[in-house]
Every structure is written in structure tokens, then in C-alpha cells.
Design a protein around this ligand. Structure first.
Ligand SMILES: *Cc1c(COP(=O)(O)O)cnc(C)c1O
Length: 468
């Protein structure tokens, strides 16, 4: 399997090459040259598989000969070995034909563990094989950083730098990152906002001359293809638990960077019968406006109680647009220039194609808090703010009550105690046992000025160049 850029301006690459980089050289994102397709009978024959068995079958075609089968099996075994629920991604029923897919049983309590636990082991494996060392650099508003650190803390071929906005992430989120005492993990608290962190990372990727010889930067945000790939699995999984693929299933997905729901779109392209994919946004609703009103106009970012969805331009939307434009890189170059300029409009034909699969809904903080309170009162189930936005969208957009509607639960409510209490829950939702010592552990991080030379100097100093 080869991978091409969504902007059509660079040569195709192998799986190995694609996971060890960031954006393509032309500024695009890597996507598989062809999307694998499974027959319904094949998918049906996977009923009863464990999560890990299913993960192998779904991801195998993408890896395309880069990893021997027995090694892929082992990587998957390790990736999901420290999830704290035997089912890995259990389903919970909250209403008639209405389900929550709990994706928060990994080590850092958010769905990002599904991809980043796997990516950590995958990078370690690939780098070992190639006898190569890399530097991971990423910005986080909370969940990505901790999941990435947890996934890569044992990778001896990786030095990792995670930038978070100083004093702007929650205590739980910060401590999940800063209490990991591995020599290759470096937390930078940047004096600025999340956007400043992201811009810093972008600037460093664009000129990597500050790195020691033979090192390159690797991205761990959802522009990294391996993350999308690992997330396709749980759409198949949920469907198979609920009578799929012989009946269609619908999904509602709390959406930020469009990585998670794009994985659902790929599952559908791969042959899984999916009736509806509901894009759930908070008040940062550009994707909702785009799908529902063909209005992709940027507006100032608003801080919400679902911070992991506070995103202005969703990078993975480009991957979807590339697909619905039939792989026309030149068209994407034009659209992305429009989007960057503040306003992008889709053609009537493209919009019609998108609306066959996607619907969308916007849920602001007030409606989200009401949803947490309502679901808790009526089914005793406590939602985190992101999942509440998803479930609210699911209920509003549901076209067919006979089709199971699955909302992806992207985080554990204990990660967002303030929002949950604002919704009327009487106390801090308890952290799971493995994290109960979090507030007693020592922290380590560096506060750095928001200046490129400062960050680059810090990194160059900390990168381990000693032979092991
Ligand atoms: C990252 C995140 C999201 C958004 O996922 P995307 O793949 O960026 O759309 C939603 N909820 C939570 C809790 C997250 O951490």
C-alpha cells in the first residue's frame, strides 16, 4: 500500500515513511492511494472476534507488507494490553436503540489512547528495525499530550517534546503529562495560548536545521496517518456487537480536528454499512456550518467547557475533501487556500455527496450541561462534556429509530470535574484507581518564553545524542 498527499504535489510513500513524518512536503496530508474494501460476508465472519483480533484484520491491508503478520499481532497485543476493561471498547445502553461506545478505558482516560498506545509501539518497532532515532514534537490543549507521552515513554529511540499553554490546561491534564519521569520525555509549558503552541510546532517542522544530525521531527497529532488507521477499528467493533454488518449502524462523534469521524467515514468506504455519521460540534461550529449551510467561514475561537473540541480549522477535513473530490490534489490546493483566507465554499455536487453520509449539529455549553443532567437523571449514566455534545447531536439528528445510534464517548467524566459539577453532579467524579495517586506525584516541566530560538535551544540541549 502506498500513500499520497492530498495536495498531489509529492511522490507516493510507504507506510513506514508516512508514519515517521508530519505533513507531506507540499503541505498536504497523507492518505492511502486506494481504500481497501471488505465484502459484507467477510465482515460478518468476524463476529465474536476479540478487539485485538479485529484490529489486526482491519489494519492489515493498510500496513501493506511493511510489517510481518506476527509482528503486527504483537504490536496490537501490547497496544491494548494496559486498557482497563476486558472488552477494550465496551458499549453501554442509554435509551431505545441508543448506545455509548466507551473509548476511555485506556491509560489516560480519553479515546486518543486507542491510536497513541498503538503508535508508540509502532514507532518503537519501526525505528528499532531501521536503526533510527527521531524527535517527536507536539502541541496539546490537554488530551493528546498525555496520551502521546504515555504511548512513547518507553521508546528508547524517541525524544519527545510536548508543548502545552502555561496555566491553561486543567490540573488533571497537566499532571497526567508532567508526572511521567522518563528521561526522553520533556514537557514545555509555553507562555502563550494553545494556538501559540501549535504555531511554534509548525514553525519548527518547517525548518528542522536546529536538530542534531540524522534526526527528524515526527508528528503525533492526527495528521499522522497511523492514528486515523487505528481508530477505524472501533467502528467495525461497535457494529459487530450490535448486529452489523447485516444491519446498518449510525454514529455520532464529538468532533474537533475531524480525525475520529474521518475514521468512521473510512470504515464506511471499506464496506461497513453505516447509515448516518453525525458531526457534533460545540460553539466552535465551523464544520456544522459547512455541512448544514455550506458556510466554512472562520470565526474567532471561543473557549468552551469541551476544550478538546475548541478548534478552528480541522486538519483532517482536508482528507475527506480529497476523497469526495475524487483525489484531485489541485482542487484541494485551491480549497485550502480559500479556507486559510477565511472562507471556503463547496460545490453543490460535493455538498450533496457529503450530506448522503454526514449530518451535523452544534451544541453550546448550556445545551451540553443540560444533556449531562438529563442523561444522568434518566439513565444514571454520567457523561463527560465532549460525549454529552455527541449524544445531544445523536438525539437531534437521528433519522431512523430502528437503526442503532452509537455515540462515541471520547473521555472519562473524571477528566472534566468542573463541567460535570456545573451540570449538577454533586462532587468530583472519582478518578479510576490507577490514577488516584496523581495529585501526590512530583511534577517536572519547563516554562519557556514563546520565542522560537528559546524553544529550539532548549530542545537541541535535551535531545539525547549519546550512543546507547
Ligand atoms: C481529541 C478529542 C476530541 C476531538 O477528536 P478529533 O479527532 O480531533 O475530532 C473529542 N473529545 C475528546 C475528549 C478529545 O480528546
Amino acid at each position: 500500500m502506498l500513500y499520497v498527499s492530498t495536495r498531489g504535489g509529492c511522490p507516493a510513500k510507504t507506510f513506514d515513511e508516512v508514519i515517521l513524518t508530519g505533513l507531506a512536503a507540499d503541505g498536504g496530508l497523507f492518505v492511502p492511494q486506494t481504500i481497501p474494501h471488505f465484502a459484507v460476508e467477510d465482515i460478518a465472519s468476524w463476529a465474536g472476534d476479540s478487539y485485538q483480533e479485529l484490529a489486526f484484520k482491519v489494519m492489515h491491508p493498510f500496513v501493506g507488507g511493511c510489517i510481518p503478520d506476527e509482528d503486527l499481532v504483537e504490536l496490537i497485543r501490547r497496544a491494548y494490553g494496559n486498557f482497563r476493561h476486558e472488552a477494550i471498547a465496551p458499549l453501554v445502553q442509554t435509551g431505545h436503540n441508543e448506545w455509548i461506545l466507551e473509548l476511555f478505558h485506556g491509560p489516560t482516560l480519553a479515546f486518543k489512547d486507542f491510536a497513541l498506545q498503538f503508535l508508540g509501539h509502532l514507532l518503537d518497532y519501526s525505528l528499532e528495525k531501521r536503526d533510527q532515532k527521531v524527535v517527536i514534537m507536539g502541541a496539546t490543549s490537554g488530551d493528546t499530550g498525555s496520551a502521546a507521552i504515555e504511548g512513547c515513554r518507553r521508546c528508547s529511540n524517541v525524544d519527545m517534546f510536548i508543548l502545552h499553554p502555561h496555566q491553561r490546561v486543567s490540573d488533571v491534564q497537566r499532571r497526567q503529562m508532567t508526572t511521567v519521569m522518563a528521561d526522553n520525555i520533556h514537557n514545555i509549558a509555553l507562555q502563550g495560548t494553545f494556538d501559540d503552541c501549535q504555531n511554534m510546532v509548525k514553525a519548527c517542522f518547517s525548518d528542522q536545521s536546529f536538530l542534531p544530525d540524522n534526526r527528524q521531527l515526527v508528528a503525533v497529532n492526527s495528521i499522522n496517518w497511523a492514528r486515523i488507521m487505528a481508530q477505524i477499528v472501533y467502528y467495525f467493533w461497535a457494529s459487530l456487537q450490535l448486529g452489523g454488518p447485516l444491519r446498518p449502524i449510525s454514529f455520532a462523534v464529538p468532533t474537533g480536528n475531524f480525525g475520529d469521524i474521518f475514521a468512521g467515514y473510512l470504515a464506511s468506504k471499506m464496506g461497513l454499512p453505516i447509515e448516518q455519521l453525525v458531526i457534533a460540534t460545540n460553539q466552535n461550529d465551523i464544520l456544522h456550518r459547512c455541512i448544514s449551510f455550506n458556510d466554512h467561514t472562520t470565526q474567532p475561537l471561543q473557549q468552551s467547557l469541551a476544550p478538546s473540541m475548541d478548534i478552528m480549522i480541522s486538519s483532517n477535513f482536508e482528507r475527506l475533501l480529497f476523497d469526495v473530490h475524487g483525489g484531485d490534489g489541485a482542487a484541494i490546493v485551491g480549497l485550502m487556500a480559500d479556507a486559510k483566507g477565511g472562507h471556503m465554499q463547496l460545490s453543490a455536487g460535493v455538498l450533496e455527496t457529503l450530506r448522503k453520509q454526514f449530518s451535523s449539529y452544534r451544541c453550546d455549553d448550556k445545551e451540553m450541561l443540560a444533556a449531562i443532567a438529563d442523561v444522568y437523571a434518566n439513565s444514571g449514566y454520567l457523561l463527560d462534556p465532549h460525549t454529552a455534545i455527541g449524544l445531544n447531536a445523536a438525539r437531534s439528528q437521528r433519522a431512523n429509530l430502528k437503526t442503532p445510534m452509537v455515540t462515541l464517548a471520547t473521555a472519562h467524566p473524571a477528566k472534566f470535574p468542573d463541567a460535570v459539577k456545573e451540570a449538577g453532579y454533586p462532587s468530583d467524579p472519582p478518578l479510576p484507581a490507577h490514577m488516584s495517586g496523581l495529585f501526590a506525584r512530583p511534577e517536572r516541566f519547563c516554562v519557556l518564553e514563546n520565542r522560537r530560538s528559546v524553544v529550539e535551544q532548549f530542545m537541541a540541549q535535551k535531545i539525547n545524542v549519546k550512543p546507547v
